[in-house]
Design a protein around this ligand. Sequence first.
Ligand SMILES: *Cc1c(COP(=O)(O)O)cnc(C)c1O
Length: 421
Amino acid sequence: MDHFLYRDGILHAEDVALPRIAEAVGTPFYVYSTATLTRHYQLFKDALDGVDNLVCYAMKANSNQAVLKVLADLGAGMDVVSGGEYVRARAAGVPGERIVFSGVGKTREEMRDALAGGIRQFNIESEPEMLVLSEVAQSLGMKAPVTIRVNPDVDARTHEKIATGKSENKFGIPIARAHEVYALAGSLPGLDVVGIDVHIGSQLTELEPFEQAYLKVADLTRSLRAEGHNIRRLDLGGGLGIPYERSNEAPPLPTEYGALIKKCVGDLGVEVEIEPGRLIAGNAGILVSSVIYVKEGEGRDFLILDAAMNDLVRPSMYSAYHDIIPVVEPAPGLEKQPYDIVGPVCESGDTFAKQREMVPLKANELVAFRSAGAYGAVMASEYNTRPLIPEVLVQDDQFAVIRARPTFDEMINRDIVPEWL
Ligand SMILES: *Cc1c(COP(=O)(O)O)cnc(C)c1O
């Protein structure tokens, strides 16, 4: 469920009509709903009720400071994957004890900054990383709290670019080697081993891969405890999928996911962390764009939009599907026709959808890409010197620009022409 609905024939974000925002900021733009962000965070909290838990929002999905602030104020933790994200989380008011640090390539500098600033735990992904972290922590006279990310060799049955839990992926250590690696971690003076971490991929649309992974982690918890490790925290990662194609997709709900977690690890007496990103932010955002031209091609018609692959890369990068709907509600029974929906960038890959059935549209009409709140704005670039598009946050009947579109001068002035030229 989200808060982008037609009202009196016009698509709204909560109580704000989208054409109002379009007039104020120009198209294209992203708009996020505070109510949806809040609701999705709360769904996870409710799903884990009765278990000692921390929901750490995977902020790489959408790391705008205002979005982080909404979640931080609700008590969310954050899953960060870079030093920059750590600084963003702190700037949004998230205390260090609610931040977990993930990622395969943490640098010494990132480790030092997070240790000095306060961190709940590092999710360690390799032995070399473990050795370096122990050294860095010791040099600060500290012990770094760590979990070790295990790779359970489970097929997440998702797009290959976002599957992370198979043995061929770069993430974590093979679960078969866990005992050896935990023994090493336990012997390092700068580490405090607190738990186990697992994350098998993103946009999972079934519970079964989670179940396979979590049962393996539960077994590992028992056997590591038997070897004397004080495993008291399980970070179960993120990855729960969302319905991108609403007419025929119904991924598991957070309640069902929560029930599965309780079933798999509920009797272990551990603190549970989860790291949802997409499910919190994805359907809390849409991308609004206008039609520049309708071009009649050979045997097909093109809708040329003012949004492009640089603004929303998911269709070209992952062949991802996004529902695209007109902002003015079509009259019932209006016949649809197939369009190729494309952006203005000079690449054939700049295609959002091929032969998509849409009601007839004209130049200057607005369309909205649904489910664009996660891995949208954060993955945008200025390719073709197209400015990063504005982000807008709505709450009830108010809206605010939470990142402004840069001017061409601002963009150009970031470049520095050497004085010898
Ligand atoms: C990307 C990522 C997540 C979030 O995945 P979603 O599919 O957005 O829920 C969580 N944990 C880790 C370690 C990740 O890399």
